[in-house]
Each structure stands twice: as C-alpha cells, then as structure tokens.
Design a protein around this ligand. Structure first.
Ligand SMILES: Cc1ncc(COP(=O)(O)O)c(C=O)c1O
Length: 383
C-alpha cells in the first residue's frame, strides 16, 4: 500500500460487528473480562484502547515501521523518551535551534535532575565529534528546526552516532512522514507533535514516539502506561480522520509555502527568509536529497525592530496570531515572545534567535489570498 492509500485503509477495515465503514470511537475506560484476568486484548484504556491502537498502527505504517506509542502531547512523548533513555549524569546532544518546549524540558525539567545537554551545529562534523562524551546517550535532532528551518544531514548524523553506540531521535514534526522518512535515513526513534500536520486541523493536542522494533520502544511503552499521559479515544479518532487527507494537505502546504517564501525573499522589507525550498538556503541540497517536499513553515527576519515584527505578526488577515503550526488555517507567531519565550533573552541572543523573527505556518487556503495578505501587511507595517 502506498502512503495515501495506507492512511485511508491500513488497520481500518469495516467494523466486523456492524459493518460501519469508519472505525468507531471506543469511548470506554475499561473492558469486561471473560474470566478474571482473561480478556480480549484490552483491559483498561490507559494501558491500551482499540481506537488508540488503530491510530498507533497507522502512524507507524506512515513512518515505514510497525511500532508506535501515542501520547497526550508532543512534549509528553518527548518526556517519555528522555525518561526512558537517560539517567542523571547522562548527556544529550541537540541542535542549535530547538523547539522552545524541548529546550525547557531539557533545561528546567531534566537538567536540574542531572541530565547534561549541549546544543551543537550538527552540520559541523568536527563540532559534532567533539560534542560526544562517554555519557552521551542520545542525539536529539530536529530537521527542519523550529523556528529557523535549519536542515541537517540525518543520514550522516545517524552514521556518526551509530559508530559511537549513541541513539538518534528525530523530531519529524515539521516535515511529516509525507516529506521525510527518518527511519530510512538511520534514525532509531522518531517523535512527533501529532498536534501539527498529522492531526492537521488545530483542534487537538497529541504526540507519538515510533521505533523499528518493540524492544527499542519498550522503555517508552512502559512509561506510556506507568505515567499515563495517553490521548483520549476521541482525539485518536480525530487524528485518524485528519490523516486521511495528510498527503493532499502536505502537497498544498508545500506549494503555498514555496510561493510565500519566494515572495518574501524578494521583498525589500524582509532582511532574511528561512525556507529549505529556496536555493539560497544553506541546507537546500541536503533537503532535496533527504526529503520529498520542503514543508509548510517559512520564517523571516524583518528589517525593522522587534516592535515592527510584532506589529506585522498582529496585523495579518488570514495568518492568525497564535502558537502552533501545521493546521489547515494559516498561523503566524513571534517566536521571541511566544513559542520560544521559555528560552531566556540572553540565551536567545547567543543562539541568534532575533526579536525581528516572524514564523509563518502557511495553511492550505488559496495561495493567492495568502500572498495578497503578506503583500498588503508588509506594505502597511513592514518596518
Ligand atoms: C518541533 C516540535 N516538537 C515538539 C513540539 C511539542 O508538541 P506539543 O505542543 O504537541 O506538546 C512542538 C510544539 O510546537 C514542536 O513544534
């Protein structure tokens, strides 16, 4: 089955008891047992639930593997990986740009409990080599990164890490499995904020961890039940619904974002445009090689001040000012005061995360309306 067919058919045969075409929502906390301790594969919905299991099967198949654990949020999924694969005293290497919530999880949750971590330019092989320590347990890789869309050679990073016996986690949220398949490039674990492209309609929060084999996933699977941050059957059903149009949606996100990036890159009010689909992007060739589309997020640094960037972000018509990305409806965010505000200002300055940076999540509206919106708003408050 090819991915677009798989998203509609895989593990989703009509319900045998009723013939219902669409898999039902199994809204139940518990399952009646035939005898004490004898059940039909489900005993309690924190441990396992049929709607969640279907979702896990479809998500895994889309990433080209068979094992997935769904969580109540992307961060709950990340937390399970860090808890399951690291202990106090261990060390993690990550990218210079990393989602603000991931930064906070490392810095304010696991860091104080003894986990050391380093942000490293994974494109610089020598810097990456030097970043490894005997205690390094994971390389945590976003590509493209949030919010500046840096692209890293996933295959190369995986082969360097493998030589040292270190696992690589790829956060594939920005690309989605339609654009990029990290397991084929050597990743050991893939994590998603399902909230974004996979669910696709900005109407739920969810996460997932995927692995090639159940043995690798085991620590995460254990924590899924033991700590209980599981998604509701209804949210799993909504994601299954959203996934049926994933291929169509991503194609339109890619197309609209490419057009928006080309327009912005040529605009005098824009100092710098970050989009892997632009030939001027330093990771363009790698992105072409390792992904089949460049995604729906475009970030720009405006020429004006941080205040000008905030005014621009607040004045767009179709790009609604809000955190998140990956939904059908376009969104805009000012990372320094929104998604990445949990990174202290001095740290943001050190990382080059400018106050004049604006991140656009380009939706699937008619791309011409989106370009008109960008042009009119830049004309009014471009700085
Ligand atoms: C790249 C990335 N990873 C993880 C997350 C966290 O996911 P969630 O918001 O579903 O907890 C986000 C959220 O914005 C994200 O952008």
């Amino acid at each position: 089955m090819r991915p677009d067919t798989l998203a509609i058919h895989f593990a989703q045969d009509p319900d045998p008891s009723t013939g219902a075409l669409v898999a039902p929502i199994h809204a139940t906390s518990t399952f009646v047992q035939d005898e004490p301790g004898v059940h039909r594969g489900f005993d309690y919905s924190r441990t396992n639930n049929p709607t969640r299991r279907t979702l896990e099967q479809v998500l895994a198949a889309l990433e080209g593997v068979r094992h997935c654990a769904a969580f109540a949020s992307g961060l709950a999924a990340e937390h399970a990986i860090l808890q399951g694969f690291t202990s106090p005293g261990d060390h993690v290497i990550t990218t210079p740009d990393v989602y603000g919530g991931t930064f906070r999880l490392l810095n304010a949750v696991h860091g104080p409990k003894g986990l050391a971590w380093t942000q490293c330019d994974l494109a610089d092989e020598r810097a990456l080599d030097a970043a490894f320590r005997p205690e390094t347990k994971l390389v945590w890789l976003e590509s493209p990164t949030n919010p500046r869309l840096f692209v890293f050679d996933i295959e190369k990073v995986c082969s360097i890490a493998r030589r040292r016996g270190v696992r690589v986690v790829v956060d594939n949220t920005f690309a989605s499995p339609v654009n990029q398949r990290p397991f084929a490039l050597g990743a050991d674990l893939v994590v998603h904020s399902v909230t974004k492209y996979l669910a696709g309609h900005s109407d739920l929060i969810q996460g997932a961890v995927l692995a090639r084999d159940e043995e690798t996933l085991a620590p995460v699977r254990f924590l899924q039940n033991a700590t209980g941050a599981v998604p509701s059957p209804f949210d799993c059903w909504l994601t299954l619904r959203g996934l049926k149009t994933l291929g169509l949606r991503i194609a339109r996100h890619n197309e609209n974002a490419q057009r928006a990036a080309e327009f912005l890159a040529a605009h005098p009010a824009v100092a710098r445009t970050y989009y892997p689909g632009l030939p001027s992007h330093p990771g363009h060739e790698i992105a072409r090689r390792q992904s089949s589309g460049f995604g729906g997020v475009v970030s720009v640094e405006l020429r004006g001040t941080g205040a000008d960037a905030r005014r621009f972000a607040s004045s767009l018509r179709y790009f609604r000012l809000g955190e998140s990305l990956g939904g059908v409806k376009s969104l805009v965010c000012h990372p320094a005061s929104m998604t990445h505000a949990s990174i202290p200002a001095a740290e943001r300055a050190r990382l080059g995360l400018s106050d004049s940076l604006v991140r656009l999540s380009v939706g699937i509206e008619d791309g011409r309306d989106l370009l008109d919106d960008l042009a009119e708003t830049l004309g009014r408050c471009g700085g």
